[in-house]
Design a protein around this ligand. Structure first.
Ligand code: MRU
Length: 352
């Protein structure tokens, strides 16, 4: 099963993706034939998660240049490029696919999009292997691990395998997962709805906890590591991810629990110097003031709804990508608050 894929067709083809707004109740796929349909799917989180957004952006460009006259394709692609601002994967994939189109036409754009889909599958496999190896080192003597995570970083957020949840899945496959603890992830419940759905399908043991129970659960002991994904990793290692990730990193540091960011190189943005430069999407009050269409706050209540926050590099034990592991030198496990993760902008620390 793939979260997003390309379906070949007589003219050019179209995008097929799982409608994540319908999970866990129904597994429904959407057939996307136009860029406007894709932009709508991205905005309402039918497709979401940084790697999946990258593949969606690339396929959207292939769709636009393969089906639309040039000037309307250009406008549609610009709408697509900015549909969600935080995950660098979307704009970067749009730009890369457009470049391929300019060099070689619609065929090259589609080939680039399909290569990005395939690269994502390979990258997730590589991150899972690397992440499990690193956990062996960070949690010596622990045969089976209890892992805490937030949001959804599984296959739904990528193509076929996940990033941080891919590490949890790999532990489960190897018989080394004791339990996954899944933060529900307010306000849209990507943890409770999507990660729990994926773990259930894998047959992995898990509990869902409300986000506000995470810190005390970590402080009580018994959690071996926290693994999270990323929407954008700045050149200094500061990492934007789902709102609540920063709080988790503080609690993990307080409890002395390793805090790992697992994300493909496509999420590293050397052009963004620090976390302070990362644009944070605000999704508006409705998602906070109501639940499933039912208002939960008094009429007239206002809300703030940042979809992401930034975890400073010095709270991250290690960043695991498909090419490398970046961590403070000599870090045996959890990083003491204040230790610095070396910059990740340049791919200069390659590990086997
Ligand atoms: O708003 P979302 O659901 O798109 O947020 C997703 C996340 O924050 C993920 O952790 C991140 O994109 C990494 S997905 C492998």
């Amino acid at each position: 099963m793939r979260a997003i894929d390309w379906v070949a067709g007589p003219r050019i083809g179209h995008i097929r993706l799982i409608d994540q707004t319908r999970l866990p109740g129904s597994l429904v796929e959407l057939e996307i034939h136009t860029v406007d349909q894709l932009v709508d799917a991205i905005r309402r989180l039918a497709v979401r998660g940084a790697p999946a957004l990258g593949v969606a952006g690339a396929m959207g460009v292939a769709l636009a240049v393969g089906t639309m006259p040039e000037s309307s394709a250009r406008q549609a692609i610009e709408r697509l490029r900015v549909a969600r601002p935080t995950a660098v994967n979307l704009a970067a994939a749009v730009d890369r696919t457009l470049e391929a189109f300019r060099a070689g036409g619609p065929g090259d754009a589609l080939a680039t999009a399909l290569r990005m889909r395939d690269d994502d599958i390979a990258a997730c496999r590589s991150m899972a292997r690397r992440g499990v190896e690193l956990l062996g080192e960070l949690c010596p003597g622990r045969a089976r691990l209890t892992m805490m995570t937030i949001c959804n970083t599984g296959m739904l957020a990528a193509v076929e395998h996940g990033t941080a949840l891919g590490v949890v899945e790999q532990l489960h496959v190897e018989g080394r997962l004791d339990r996954a603890l899944v933060c529900e992830t307010r306000p849209l419940l990507q943890g409770a709805r999507l990660t729990a759905w994926e773990l259930d399908r894998m047959g992995a043991p898990f509990d869902v906890l409300v986000d506000s129970a995470a810190a005390s659960t970590l402080a009580r002991g018994g959690v071996d590591a926290v693994v999270v994904g990323a929407d954008r990793i700045a050149a200094n290692g500061d990492t934007a991810n789902k709102i609540g990730t920063f709080a988790l990193s503080l609690a993990a540091a307080h409890a002395g629990v390793p805090f790992l960011v697992v994300a493909p190189e496509t999420t590293v943005d050397p052009g963004t110097p620090t976390g302070g430069h990362i644009p944070i999407e605000d999704r508006g009050a409705v998602e906070v003031c109501s639940f499933h269409g039912v208002r939960t706050t008094p009429d007239g209540a206002t809300a703030i709804n940042p979809a992401f926050d930034v975890t400073p590099a010095d709270l991250i034990t290690a960043i695991v990508t498909d090419r490398r592991i970046v961590r403070p030198p000599d870090s045996p496990g959890a990083v003491p608050v204040g230790a610095a993760v070396p910059g990740i902008g340049a791919l200069d620390e390659e590990e086997a």
